[in-house]
Write a protein that binds this ligand. Structure first.
Ligand code: ADP
Length: 299
């Protein structure tokens, strides 16, 4: 369900918690890449989590809301409850307010449960999220600070080529020599020999590194900061391996619920090429050797 919009954080607090409720304290939360994040203490005893950015970034929060709502609507894995959003012209800020997740202890078997719940997310019905195709999403969104094109496509190969790799390669054009461009084109041409289709398109979190799940009040993994779209479930699994694998029980339990297709290990780095290209575009040339290594291997 869409949350209400307010003209300021204070108005949002009054609208959602009662007209007499005031903000009594504010502490910064570190760890974000893009937005300011803080915990607000309210006079009724509630703590709420707020992300804020400049006024013109309101659309960014509308899309984050949409992504969190999509995951929540599957009822498979925790996400923070959304409270309200808004844009404050006079203060020059936009914000998204949600349930504050206190640092909770993990339950026993945290990663086993996380694996099973992610598998269930990947098994949820996805038709309502991609009108007009099998893969994509009902709107474009962001991965970190980069726009993600989510135009619906009928096949995973088409989607991954046209909406994922090509736009990032085009944006990274200045880093490539002619010899690299030949390899990039060769890779794009042979994607259908490397990737496999899935009969079961999955709603993906799609930015599933360790900073994007936190321990919820039930002690289980809750997903935050998603870059959702409907795609091949393998792409989410691959991202969990980009900066080092999660504990083995996560993968074992994931596969006990949703077995992966043979050959995943041979495709994994190709999925992560998308993230490395995105890092190249956002953070610069230190990511070029990793990008070129994967391009050479698959082209
Ligand atoms: P950004 O959009 O800037 O990347 P994040 O969504 O990653 O921001 O969040 C910034 C920080 O706030 C991270 O440390 C994250 O763990 C924490 N965080 C995010 N959502 C919540 C929440 N609902 N409750 C408590 N902490 C949160």
């Amino acid at each position: 369900m869409e949350i209400a919009s307010y003209g300021s954080i204070e108005d949002g607090v009054k609208g959602c918690f009662g007209k007499d409720v005031k903000i009594t304290g504010r502490s910064y939360v570190s760890g974000g890449d893009i937005n300011d994040a803080f915990c607000l203490k309210l006079s009724d005893g509630t703590d709420v989590f707020v992300k804020s950015n400049t006024f013109d970034n309101f659309g960014f929060f509308v899309l984050e809301e949409k992504g969190l709502n999509a995951i929540a609507s599957t009822g498979t894995i925790g996400t923070p409850g959304l409270i309200c959003k808004g844009a404050d012209r006079s203060g020059g800020t936009a914000f998204l307010m949600m349930e504050m997740i206190p640092r909770c202890p993990m339950v026993k078997g945290f990663f086993s449960i996380f694996g099973r719940e992610l598998a269930k997310l990947h098994m949820a019905d996805t038709k309502e999220y991609v009108p007009g195709g099998n893969f994509g999403f009902s709107s474009d969104n962001y991965i970190g600070a980069s726009k993600q094109i989510n135009t619906p496509k009928d096949t995973w190969m088409d989607f991954f080529r046209e909406c994922r790799l090509k736009p990032q390669f085009e944006r990274a054009g200045r880093y490539f020599e002619n010899s690299h461009i030949r390899l990039v084109n060769a890779l794009l041409d042979k994607l259908d020999k490397i990737l496999v289709e899935t009969e079961f398109p999955s709603l993906l979190h799609r930015d599933l590194w360790s900073g994007n799940f936190i321990t919820g009040k039930d002690g289980k993994a809750w997903l935050i900061d998603p870059a959702v779209y409907v795609g091949h479930a393998e792409a989410d699994l691959a991202m969990t391996e980009l900066f080092g694998r999660l504990p083995e029980e996560f993968y074992k339990e994931y596969m006990s619920v949703y077995p992966i297709q043979p050959g995943y290990r041979d495709r994994k780095d190709l999925y992560n090429l998308y993230h490395l290209l995105n890092h190249l575009n956002l953070f610069g040339s230190s990511y070029l050797p990793s990008v070129l290594g994967i391009v050479k291997r698959y082209s």
